[in-house]
Design a protein around this ligand. Structure first.
Ligand SMILES: Cc1ncc(C[n+]2csc(CCOP(=O)(O)OP(=O)(O)O)c2C)c(N)n1
Length: 636
């Protein structure tokens, strides 16, 4: 046996000849590598640790990549990455130019479907199954989905379809009873009953064999017991719900027992039609700190392996936008009993944990169900409550129609608090919050705003809960700017920006996270003898029409800055306004993200790359002035 077994594994074919002892050893080595790496890079630790044996068993039994393995969310796929040729690059996890934290087709033929949002796996796999039928393939298709992700509407739509179409498909339900926090909902409770029902099933079998052993009277009793069993079936037969939906249900089985897993997977591989294999795992398995605190280790920053403690950045950091949102909503809710808060399985991530503790009756975790969360909020609002829906920018994409059809069409006073608006950094392209200004700006009745710092965030939240219609505020991931926090909260006038600094040579109209860098750029340019007006736009919709037009007329040369895609975003709104007002001749440079998806890298790196940091903004102003010098300036 090699001293380090893992070093001999560069492809799943290498594990197929291993015996059980070797596979166990391999599992331990993989765990060590995951823990050591994530302690430096940060990442999704607990979910990946929980899926190590499952990953080994699947790659042992199935002929990947010929057989297709489809991961849901993909945050649990580190072991999969390690044994599919990415061991040596694993230390680059989530780093610029390094491997992604999620499966990516461009990265490996073993990654069959790009993923990052919950609930896509079953739908994607059913599409693959129909494609296999139409093209005459005979490969197998295996899905791995967590109990949290199974609660998402998309996953349930996929189940509905899979059970109806009856194509061969193995769905492995990786059940650890956790989403990021403990899983919620009736389905989760059902899965829990199946697990605790195991004792009942065993008891039933024992009673049966006891009756059988009694001559003559035993047969009679057995008949009675069968009738009893029929009537009890719905309660005690594990997985009856899935059976009724058209699946063969197998399980629940112990998800860290490689012998069980391999034997069971070999069996289900040969079963026709859709199979649901229920596997019970432990989140954080093998690292005591993660087992004890799976919530904290779901997605973690760098930490000390020996103590499990986070390695905090040096020096004091400003309060995060998330925390400031959490504090402010608690303050506002203490004064206004109509305020209720909704999260879609992201209680801690959105900063609603403090609200949940202070106002448990007014807090709702709807599970990974953003679409439902928004329409649910609309229901609360029609009855007079003030729902605040806190969902990351990227996940709110799931609820687009609910925002339009259920909230804005009825002009309901629902507040959307979009955390992670802009670059998210390490999570990469699936999680960037770069579309919200565009997808929200086009919706009638909706007010869209972005605070320049954590202090303005609190005033904007006050503005939002006092506004009588739908309203969204988006703010970035991470620490605030470090500005003092006003004690008194005040509502801002809707659709009014502010001039932060006067200037004559050019104007920078900035939004949200780009406002402070714009001020820094202006002071850099001042050292070069240039005077730049800096505007905090605050609102994307309605725009401050008067301020922007007056600036166009007076200063003539404008730079707009936003942490969003350029198409349909804030800069687009400004140029549309100028065109509509007959000021289309004003020279405008729009800074933001051009028409492409953005991979993982730190927020700072990305802000630099897209020229929306101090230096980028200053360079854009210089470019603009150079253009103007060449006769392409504005009508002044
Ligand atoms: C649409 C969507 N909403 C929210 C998230 C954030 N999120 C990532 S993983 C996760 C929990 C997943 O739970 P589960 O599927 O049970 O996997 P586990 O981590 O327990 O292995 C959540 C809520 C997401 N990725 N996609």
């Amino acid at each position: 046996m090699a001293e380090n077994l893992l070093e001999t594994i560069s492809d799943p074919a290498d594990i197929r000849g291993l015996d059980l002892g070797e596979l166990h050893l391999l599992a331990e080595e993989i765990r060590r590598l995951i823990i050591e790496t994530v302690s430096v890079t940060g990442g999704h630790l607990a979910s990946s640790l929980g899926a190590v044996e499952l990953t080994l068993a699947i790659h042992t039994v199935f002929d990947t990549p010929r057989d297709r393995l489809v991961w849901d969310v993909g945050h649990q796929a580190y072991a999969h990455k390690i044994i599919t040729g990415r061991r040596e690059r694993f230390h680059t996890l989530r780093r610029r130019g390094g491997i992604s934290g999620f499966p990516k087709r461009a990265e490996s033929p073993y990654d069959t479907f790009d993923v990052g949002h919950s609930g896509t796996s079953i739908s994607a796999a059913t599409g693959m199954a129909e494609a296999r039928r139409l093209t005459g393939g005979d490969h197998k298709i295996v899905v791995v989905i967590g109990d949290g992700s199974l609660t998402s509407g998309l996953a349930l739509e996929g189940l509905n379809w899979a059970g109806y179409r009856k194509e061969d498909l193995v769905i492995v339900l990786n059940d650890n009873e956790m989403s990021i926090s403990p899983n919620v909902g009736a389905l989760s409770a059902y899965l829990n009953r199946i697990m605790t029902g195991q004792t009942m099933t065993r008891l039933r079998a024992e009673i049966k064999s006891f009756f059988k052993s009694i001559p003559s009277i035993g047969e009679h009793m057995l008949k009675f017991s069968r009738q009893l069993e029929e009537s009890l079936k719905a309660f005690v037969l594990p997985g009856a719900l899935f059976e009724d939906l058209g699946f063969t249900y197998v399980g629940p089985i112990a998800g860290h027992r490689l012998d069980y897993l391999i034997r069971t997977l070999e069996n289900v591989r040969e079963m026709p039609g859709p199979v649901l294999l229920h596997v019970v795992t432990k989140k954080g398995k093998g690292y005591p700190f993660a087992e004890a605190e799976p919530r904290r280790f779901h997605g973690t920053g760098p930490f000390d392996v020996a103590t499990g403690r986070p390695l905090s950045p040096e020096g004091p950091t400003a309060v995060t936008y998330t925390r400031q949102f959490g504090r402010t909503i608690c303050r506002l809710a203490a004064e206004n009993p109509k305020i209720v808060a909704i999260t879609a399985a992201m209680c801690d991530g959105t900063g609603l944990d403090t609200f949940a503790e202070a106002f448990p009756e007014r807090f709702f975790d709807v599970g990974i169900a953003e679409q439902h969360g928004v329409t649910f909020a609309a229901g609360l609002a029609v009855e007079g409550l003030r729902p605040v829906v806190a969902i990351y920018s990227t996940f709110l994409q799931r609820a687009f129609d609910s925002i339009i059809h259920d909230v804005c069409l009825q002009n309901l006073p629902v507040v959307f608090a979009l955390d992670r608006g802009g670059f998210v950094g390490d999570d990469g392209s699936t999680h960037q919050g770069l579309f919200d200004l565009s997808y929200l700006r086009c919706i009638p009745n909706l007010v869209v705003m972005a605070p320049k710092d954590e202090n303005e965030l609190q005033h904007m939240l006050k503005t939002a809960v006092e506004h009588g219609g739908p309203i969204a505020l988006r703010y970035p991931r991470g620490s605030g700017v470090g500005v003092p926090l006003d004690e008194d909260l005040r509502a801002l006038p809707i659709g009014r920006g502010e001039i932060l600094q006067e200037g004559e040579d050019a104007a920078v109209i900035a939004l949200g996270s780009t406002v402070h860098p714009a001020l820094a750029a202006a002071s850099l340019l001042a050292d070069e003898g240039l005077s730049v007006r800096v505007i905090n736009a605050r609102f994307v919709k309605p725009l401050d029409r008067d301020l922007i037009c007056e600036t166009a007329l007076r200063v003539g040369r404008l730079v707009t800055v936003e942490e969003n895609v350029l198409m349909g975003g804030f800069g687009s709104a400004v140029t549309e306004l100028l065109a509509d007002e007959g000021l289309g001749g004003c020279r405008v440079v729009r800074l933001g993200v051009d028409d492409r998806f953005v991979d993982h890298a730190s927020q700072e790196e990305l802000r630099r790359r897209f020229g929306i940091d101090r230096d980028g903004i200053a360079a854009a102003v210089r470019r603009l002035l150079a253009l103007a010098d060449h006769g392409e300036g504005a009508p002044r």
